[in-house]
Design a protein around this ligand. Sequence first.
Ligand SMILES: C[S@@+](CC[C@H](N)C(=O)[O-])C[C@H]1O[C@@H](n2cnc3c(N)ncnc32)[C@H](O)[C@@H]1O
Length: 332
Amino acid sequence: MEQPLYNEYAAQLAYTEDRQLTAQYETEVHFQKCYGVMDELYEAHDYLRSLVPGFKFLDLGCAPGGFSSYLLEDPRCAMGFGVTLPSTLGGFPMRLRSSNFLLQQGDLFELGPGDLICKEVHICICDAQYMRNEVAWDEKYTGVRCRSKQHGVWALLMKQFWLGLTRLLPGGLLIFRFGWRDGPPEDLATVWYKKCTLRLFALLKDLFAQVKEVKSDHFNSLHSSFYVCCFGFNRKRFEDRGVAKLLGHTFNYLVTTRISDANQLEILPQVDSIRSTALDEHFSKMLDRMEKLRVVHEQSQSPIAGTEHDNLAEIRELRKELKTRRAEAATR
Ligand SMILES: C[S@@+](CC[C@H](N)C(=O)[O-])C[C@H]1O[C@@H](n2cnc3c(N)ncnc32)[C@H](O)[C@@H]1O
């Protein structure tokens, strides 16, 4: 009998192996980028340099573990807690293993504050992104799905703040990722998104001594996302104003509402009572700065700022270069 020219089993095996290799590579790229971003956040903020010895952190949406790894390498760090979506539901796989890191596998949509293993922390990171098949591990997301992407994005953000702030110690630090892209002023979705954003930032400004944005010059610089660091948590005000209940209520509203047009959603309207024109202007300028930086990076010819760095060797090389530059700057 002649040898078949096409072996379906072998082809399937090769395809699966190829996909696994690609996924491992992408996990590593993601890990290295996040590690690099945390390095930049440390660089940009004195607060991170003056953290208390023995500090603890909670990292929500922690896989593959770039942020957590960076913090655990800080000799002042006592312990880290992470929550992340199991990869069987489409969550990213966790690359970090450490004896002083406690990983809780679970869906943030389904966890309540009482389910968190972690008790009190000095830093809380909220970096879980609302999943879709295109970004999920193995391209299959089987977790909670909301009515629209905006329902999901805001619900997940509210839930992370709800969980995280209930565990944050007075004076603590909140770090989260936020997305912004300025559309034409008459665009309904942009008007709606901006209103929600200004409410959110007014709330944060009420609860923290400082709210500062950082757009990485090197990693994801062409994306609309940036990181926000909120320092000096006023826990008493959080409790007095009933913010945990407000966040919980907003989350429940977003996952149960029958409103399907996201532009009709009323997110955090209660915050309007503490909003002011000055605050709105302050945060509108912040959003403009973030958008301008993204455009500058887009137009930049610089080999560092003007590319997206999705290549692992390139990212490693870049991280080495940044480290050398920092060491040189420190000796100057
Ligand atoms: C941008 S990545 C976080 C990267 C991480 N900060 C790091 O340093 O490596 C987003 C993470 O959120 C997780 N995630 C998304 N939806 C989630 C959910 N509903 N519950 C828990 N984790 C979730 C994803 O699986 C992924 O690990």
